[in-house]
Design a protein around this ligand. Sequence first.
Ligand code: SF4
Ligand code: SF4
Length: 97
Amino acid sequence: MAAKELPVVPSARPGTMAAGAAMERIREQRPVIDHQKCNLCRECLLYCPDAALAVDKGEVRVDWHFCKGCGICAVECPVRAITMVAEYAGNRGFIEK
Ligand code: SF4
Ligand code: SF4
């Protein structure tokens, strides 16, 4: 059987690489999905190292508990439907006195 004939499933269980309620503090960027461009090919689900993506009610959704903001999904999306945006606005690591 050719690889392309195999079903598209996540390559890891959610949280294999990282997980936690504090992931938004770890992520420097987060994926934003353009649902108008997305054709539900599921390539992003296949490549996400933390199985943070799923198709729910006909749309690709991100589980923010698991996404670490690596950007692999955005690189692999064949129609460029995923854009990585900054998790934080403003200066990061700057402590105001
Ligand atoms: S940025 Fe994309 S590939 Fe990386 S963990 Fe988040 S959803 Fe998965
Ligand atoms: S890879 Fe891109 S087009 Fe395919 S399901 Fe993911 S977001 Fe949609």
